[in-house]
Design a protein around this ligand. Structure first.
Ligand code: ADP
Length: 275
């Protein structure tokens, strides 16, 4: 039986080889084909993501150009929508730049001891502002004596993406809990737990792919770019850490960032454990 399946791409060439002989060269180019397809899909996704807000902007500009109803309520509403769409594009471009920096491995970013408890407290403050009227209950429990060696900007971006997602996919007044602690084996761990809508098992293996979203419309409406978890995955892999996700549909999710023991750092000044 042939081991060749339909996804295999082969380059086959027959070359002259000595007296009356031929050489058959079979080259497996499956990986090249896959990479090429990924590149095409990526460009298509980015173009699509940018086209939607641009179309909205263009429509509103045409209305404003007609110059009717200057200063009216609908005029103001148009400006507000245009501002939101510009914000959305800006957010997308920032995430794309972040991802491209993470993926180009020519320069390893600077690493320092990072005060994770303070960083998480700041992220929680930002999250409360983002939650606004939706009034999520956001709790932080952090081991103040546990810092991490890593790149501060990257870690901030990864942790913040997890918390923003928790807010985005948890209904109003739901609970979001951050727990920063040393696991029994001594590994530093951040857990972001929410009581949100959860993720069905079949989607779990794919949610860290670029632009993979369970419900595109819902993610967009809530300001998602589809790149958040791809950024988290890259940042963690730069720190030899990995992401574990547990989730139950309708109940909530736990996103766990697990670092190696060697990444843990003592703070410059020793604090006792706080709640
Ligand atoms: P997005 O910008 O769409 O949130 P992400 O890469 O951050 O993109 O997440 C990918 C998808 O995973 C989301 O569109 C959403 O469907 C799902 N997801 C991420 N975090 C959560 C969460 N805390 N609860 C439920 N679903 C989530």
């Amino acid at each position: 039986p042939s081991p060749i399946n339909s996804a295999l791409h082969l380059n086959i060439r027959i070359l002259p080889y000595g007296e009356g002989q031929r050489l058959l060269v079979v080259q497996d180019v499956t990986r090249l084909h896959q990479l090429e397809r990924m590149r095409r899909d990526f460009i298509a996704s980015v173009s699509h993501e940018l086209r939607t807000p641009l179309t909205v902007l263009r429509g509103y500009l045409e209305i404003l150009e007609k110059g009717k109803n200057v200063g009216s309520e609908s005029w103001n509403r148009s400006f507000k929508t245009m501002g939101e769409q510009v914000g959305r594009m800006q957010h997308l471009v920032e995430d794309l730049l972040m991802l491209s920096r993470l993926e180009s491995r020519d320069k390893k970013p600077a690493e320092t001891p990072v005060a994770v408890p303070k960083m998480l407290a700041e992220i929680c403050q930002e999250a409360r502002i983002l939650s606004g009227d939706r009034q999520h209950q956001i709790h932080l429990e952090a081991d103040a004596a546990l810092w991490l060696r890593g790149n501060e900007q990257e870690l901030h971006s990864a942790f913040s993406n997890l918390v923003v997602n928790a807010i985005r996919y948890t209904p109003a007044q739901g609970n979001i809990t951050l727990h920063w602690f040393k696991q029994q084996a001594g590994r530093p761990c951040l857990e972001v737990r929410d009581t949100g809508e959860g993720i069905a098992a079949e989607h779990l293996p794919r949610v860290t792919e670029r632009f993979y979203r369970i419900d595109k419309g819902r993610s967009r409406k809530r300001g998602g770019t589809g790149l958040g978890l791809a950024i988290v995955k890259h940042v963690l892999s730069h720190h030899e850490a990995h992401l574990e996700i547990e989730s139950e549909l309708g109940k909530g999710s736990v996103f766990r960032c697990l670092f190696s023991i060697g990444r843990g750092q003592q703070p410059k000044v020793h604090f006792s454990k706080t709640g």
